[in-house]
Design a protein around this ligand. Sequence first.
Ligand SMILES: Cc1cc2nc3c(=O)[nH]c(=O)nc-3n(C[C@H](O)[C@H](O)[C@H](O)COP(=O)(O)OP(=O)(O)OC[C@H]3O[C@@H](n4cnc5c(N)ncnc54)[C@H](O)[C@@H]3O)c2cc1C
Length: 380
Amino acid sequence: MRFAPTELTADERRLQADVRAFLAAELPPGSYERALGMGAGKDKEFSKKLAAQGWLGMALPKRYGGHDRTAVDRFVVVEELLRHGAPVGYHWVADRQTGSIINRFGTEEQRERFLPPICRGELGFSIGMSEPDSGSDLASVSTRATRAEGGWLLNGTKVWTSGAHENDWFVVLCRTAPLEDGNKHQGLSQVLVDLTSPGLEINGIPFLNGEAGFNEVVMNDVFVPDELVLGELGMGWAQNTSELAYERGGPDRWLSTYGIVEEFLRINAGTQLGERALEMLGWATARWWGLRNLSLTVARMIDDGQAPSVESSLVKEMGTRFEQDVLQRVLDLVDLEPSPAAASLFERLVAAAVLTGPSFTIRGGTIEILRSVASKGLRA
Ligand SMILES: Cc1cc2nc3c(=O)[nH]c(=O)nc-3n(C[C@H](O)[C@H](O)[C@H](O)COP(=O)(O)OP(=O)(O)OC[C@H]3O[C@@H](n4cnc5c(N)ncnc54)[C@H](O)[C@@H]3O)c2cc1C
């Protein structure tokens, strides 16, 4: 494992300035409800505006509506959007991972069908990995696809499926061949499933703060035509692992509580900050800078054709713990009973972080699992 230091080039800095100018014009303070990083709301119109700037599907090929740009270019755009607390929810999963795996593993027909609307910000995807009895031990999924004429019949239950009630499609990890010799990594496949398919039922699971977000998705004989099997039959485990690499290591794993610190500074503007507040700000700035450089290195490695799954696991492990620490350090400074209904944006953000913060180190793989991935990588 190696993190080679890197910096933004002049072109990448120009892109950063363009995104900042766009956000200042499109979403001036007070014109939108600032969110905690990727936990942001869904705004299809905003997603389309980003697409019109060429900032969705950036690293996807031009012939499918993408922009032939780099992972670092996407990093630059995403970092600015998340710092701003912009409503990135609708396109988030499709832009971060689904587009890339369809491009990498999909058929020509699937690329032509799904990538252009993803790049236009017109298609929202969810992730169909976790099940009631399969989370960290994902290879134990029991959703199964059985052969039917012209396709497959899906039966099983997915859980914690973020956004399934609002998105259009999801990618389901399922078993297409029975377990043999106890090797659970074999016989798994990924399929693309329309969330409005007959036989598919979406049951909301309210989040701690009462908001809709999570879902249980029950599939009873949901028909999936052959042309919607993603990649090779039986290669689902390898494909899913590479999908997870897109999920980890990006700015979404260390910026969730950034807005809280910025708001803290804004409401204290013009006042003399005490020693403890200054110490917190110095600590947070140094940590952000360090994590950001590690995360930027991961993007640079992807552009160099490497597969930095160990490095990205480490960034996620450190970044998500840090996001939680930021909240605690801010809470230590203020005398606050945060309420989601408070008039102050700072208090609303703090309340949201208190309620959703515990999930930072769970979603996308728990810290224990990430440590395990990183330690295996260090040993190799
Ligand atoms: C906000 C949020 C959004 C999510 N969105 C989605 C989504 O859209 N789609 C989706 O498919 N899933 C989603 N998830 C589910 C998420 O991926 C799982 O919660 C996560 O992988 C952990 O699985 P689990 O909840 O079953 O916990 P478990 O796997 O049961 O783990 C319980 C505890 O045991 C520990 N543990 C388990 N195995 C080991 C081990 N081998 N070594 C050491 N410790 C271990 C874990 O670290 C954890 O602390 C989401 C979760 C959250 C919190």
